[in-house]
Write a protein that binds this ligand. Sequence first.
Ligand code: PAZ
Length: 342
Amino acid sequence: MPPLPKSFHTSYPDADSAIDRRIPDFPIAQLLDEDVYFNTHKPPTYLGEIEAEISEFIDYHIKNTGKKVVLVTSGGTTVPLENNTVRFIDNFSAGTRGATSAEYFLELGYAVVFLHREFSLLPYSRHYSHTTNCFLDYMTEANNRVEINPNFADEMLVVLRKYNAAKESNSLLLVPFTTVNQYLYTLKTISGVLSKLESRALFFLAAAVSDFFLPHSRMPEHKIQSQTSGTLIVNLEQVPKFLSRLVDNWAPTAMIVSFKLETDSLILIKKAIGALERYQHQLVIGNLLQTRKKEVVFVTLKDENWVRLTEEQIGKNVEIESIMIPKVIEAHDQWIKSKQNN
Ligand code: PAZ
């Protein structure tokens, strides 16, 4: 059965959360920044609906399939500058890494919770949705009927079969976010549900999450007026580092893979090791903005391993995720074994 359309859109501003001055201003860095964050920022109104959906999905797989489950996060978070949001800060991520990885996880037997920026790339539809072609270019007219253009038909059949397999086995759950606040609350909620699976849960955190945000208490209710000040100075706070909470409290026995994006090759490995030392999780996949589709580096506290496409593979449009994901799964299987031996 096709999934029912969701009753909400994360991209619409939350009408209920007009600025509430009773909420104290966001305090400057404190010991438990993550808790302060959740105390001073409201959860999205639809969170309960998402929690119910995820619980049903996870329980289905526990009872019926015994599949390992991966949470793939994908696409960029926005930082609204106004409560009734006209303007927001965004980032470049289209969700290619996440959507592509999700397909390979599905193919290799995982159930996938796909936490993605609404309207970014999705598994399977990514092959057609954001191309420079109009979707009608994939069609042709024959005998007064619409048919698939034969130029695309063979490739589309392959994608269609994989899509149907994922749908029929109820292995893909799509969960949207738009703002960084929605992302953080939803990640926390999903982690709570996934923690039931203990080491059989995998977190694959490929989303590009904002490092800075505008606290709710400082957010204007209405559109910022250009006449008022002439220049616009925005004073942003640092988003608390939620990875430590995820590792220590939300899903302590799951395997956690985070991504590190840099633009300067000289600091990539150092930053990846820094993240591992700070959060004590299992794997950081490093990538550079300029080369992310051709090479990535798997960094642990023991070693670093580059995965690079050869010129021949690039010529044949091999996707780097088709090489990355089996390696991640191998590491996850070892993680599960190590937990069983404990
Ligand atoms: O979405 P995309 O395929 O264009 O980009 C993927 C990516 C570079 C955002 C991802 O691989 C990544 O590195 N995510 C983490 C970004 C960060 O360091 O916060």
